[in-house]
Design a protein around this ligand. Structure first.
Ligand SMILES: [Fe+2]
Length: 269
């Protein structure tokens, strides 16, 4: 695509991302544009559709759980249309397809696109949801939403890999999200180029899960879980009072009741 035109689209899209969370910021857009360019070249897709669609695809990001689920994609598509109509030199006949690509890209909506350009945008976005970068994005997302009651826990001590009856819950913990995304995304990739590019990313992600399994194994999960759910005796609760308690004081109180457990230093096997 013509560089001057691309700069104009950049100038229109960039301001939308100043307040986005780290998983959907301008860096994510740059990576999706990179994957988009590679895929356009290999799959003969249209850069003049895919790159503007990549630049605007997350320009409106509503919080997880927002209803209806397609609002982020629909509003992003409308934002793209509004901006592209104003850009001098952008072929207006391509705007409808840019909007379609943006609307169809969302993993949450589960749409299987028919047009090549839409398949390429979906793949470009999903490649950034695989591998080590994807893991960083997921835990950044956990941190962003965690304080607002929508997850934020890293993993569940008592059944981190959902092997003892716990159902995976990506709204409650990041590790579930990593595992669910990995199993979900790879089979959904549309193009042979994306499937090839995904292989090393999938390997990295599997290796992360395997290494984490070894590391988590250091901690006695039953004891860690007991600490999470510990009920303080009434005598200790009363002594803490209604005011916020300094961390050391609470730790001392717990240690006094359970001398075998160091509240700040998890015991290792
Ligand atoms: Fe995205």
């Amino acid at each position: 695509m013509d560089k001057i035109l691309e700069q104009r689209i950049y100038a229109a899209a960039r301001p939308y991302y100043t307040d986005q969370d780290p998983a959907h910021d301008w860096d994510h857009i740059c990576r999706v544009c990179h994957f988009g360019r590679v895929l356009c070249r290999e799959e003969n897709a249209d850069e003049a559709v895919v790159i503007p669609a990549a630049m605007f695809h997350d320009c409106v990001k509503l919080r997880v759980g927002h209803s209806p689920r397609d609002d982020s994609s629909r509003l992003s598509a409308e934002g793209a249309e509004e901006e592209l109509l104003k850009i001098e030199g952008y072929p207006k006949e391509k705007i409808t397809e840019v909007k379609l690509c943006i609307y169809e890209h969302s993993l949450a909506l589960g749409i299987r696109p028919e047009s090549l350009n839409s398949k390429v945008l979906q793949d470009a976005d999903r490649l950034d949801s695989l591998g080590m970068v994807a893991i960083m994005r997921i835990f950044a997302h956990c941190g962003t939403w965690g304080g607002r009651g929508e997850g934020g826990r890293l993993f569940f001590w008592y059944d981190p890999f959902c092997e003892n009856g716990r159902e995976p819950d990506n709204k409650a913990c990041g590790l579930d999200w990593v595992a669910l995304r990995l199993s979900k995304i790879v089979p959904l990739l549309n193009t042979t180029t994306a499937k090839r590019l995904a292989m090393p990313l999938e390997r990295n992600q599997n290796e992360f899960l395997a290494r984490l399994r070894g590391e988590i194994g250091f901690f006695p999960s039953a004891e860690m879980q007991a600490m999470q759910e510990m009920q303080l005796p009434a005598r200790v609760r009363n002594s803490l009072g209604a005011h916020p308690t300094p961390r050391g004081q609470l730790s001392d109180a717990i240690s006094a009741q359970h001398p075998s457990i160091g509240a700040d230093q998890p015991a290792r096997k």
